[in-house]
Design a protein around this ligand. Structure first.
Ligand code: HEC
Ligand code: HEC
Length: 214
């Protein structure tokens, strides 16, 4: 009797696993189709495009992709009149017509090989940046891999020009002044600790040295 129960339980467990696996496969397939909306700006492999001002997204955690896509959809991000890149992304997020679509494309992007963008920003001093980065490490991790518990995304798979632009936007409040976007407000306070553009370039130059530890 006990043995039969065990067998039954095992079958049930397998059956559940089986359906779960199929659902995930379906999500990724759907996500891959939806990703065609994204490639014209973010590149075929999600490695970003300076021309489109669209950052690398391959390498970002699924949780962060989902949260930012929701913020773009609701307008909590990407609606400030001076946020040129955000204003471009805001309508794109609305191509995802349901929560299922949003989750599927986030799962697909998260399954891509993390990008390793080439540095293009000049004039940063990574040694000085290392000192500044000690503040950032608390939330983004010692090597910029991101820490979900702090809602802090990976930084080391993103383009340096985008990191610099993002810091500048937080500092002046083009990103992070909307009270409905608490994580951005928090990060704005951190960007304000960087005294000027040189400090931002220095910290970004340091983040780019993490590329080798990907
Ligand atoms: C018309 C060009 C364009 C298209 C198409 C586009 N994006 Fe974007 N996306 C951008 C730009 C520009 C930004 C940078 C926003 C900023 O500067 O804050 C961005 C930012 C993002 C971010 C935030 C990245 C970060 O590090 O915070 C995510 C996530 C994202 N896009 C996902 C997508 C997905 C998924 C699709 C397809 C459904 C898509 N994008 C389609 C232009 C585009
Ligand atoms: C208290 C935690 C915390 C600290 C410390 C912190 N960050 Fe952040 N950071 C965040 C959070 C949370 C976000 C996501 C903000 C959002 O949703 O817009 C973020 C976002 C960012 C972004 C935007 C990434 C993207 O893909 O758009 C950059 C760039 C960044 N941080 C750099 C830094 C740097 C450089 C430092 C150190 C000077 C730093 N952060 C310190 C929590 C932190």
């Amino acid at each position: 009797m006990i043995r039969r129960l065990v067998v039954a339980c095992a079958c049930l467990a397998l059956a559940t696993l089986g359906t779960g696996g199929a659902a995930i496969a379906a999500d990724l397939a759907r996500g891959e189709v939806l990703f065609h909306y994204c490639t014209q700006c973010h590149g075929d492999a999600g490695g970003g495009s300076l021309l489109a001002r669209a950052p690398a997204i391959a390498g970002l955690g699924e949780w962060y992709l989902q949260s930012q896509l929701r913020k773009f959809q609701s307008g909590d991000r990407g609606t400030h009149p001076d946020d040129v890149g955000g204003l471009r992304m805001h309508p794109m997020s609305r191509l995802l017509r349901s929560e299922e679509d949003l989750q599927a494309v986030a799962a697909y992007v998260a399954s891509l090989t993390p990008s390793r963008p080439e540095p293009v920003v000049e004039g940063g001093d990574s040694a000085r940046g290392a000192v500044l980065y000690t503040l950032c490490a608390t939330c983004h991790g010692p090597e910029g891999a991101g820490i979900q518990a702090f809602n802090a995304p990976a930084l080391r798979t993103t383009n340096d020009w985008y990191l610099l632009a993002a810091l500048a936007k937080y500092k002046v409040g083009v990103r992070g002044s909307n009270p409905r976007n608490g994580t951005a407000m928090l990060m704005r306070g951190m960007a304000m600790q960087l005294s000027d553009e040189q400090a931002m370039k220095d910290v970004v130059a340091h983040i780019m040295t993490f590329a080798d530890s990907k």
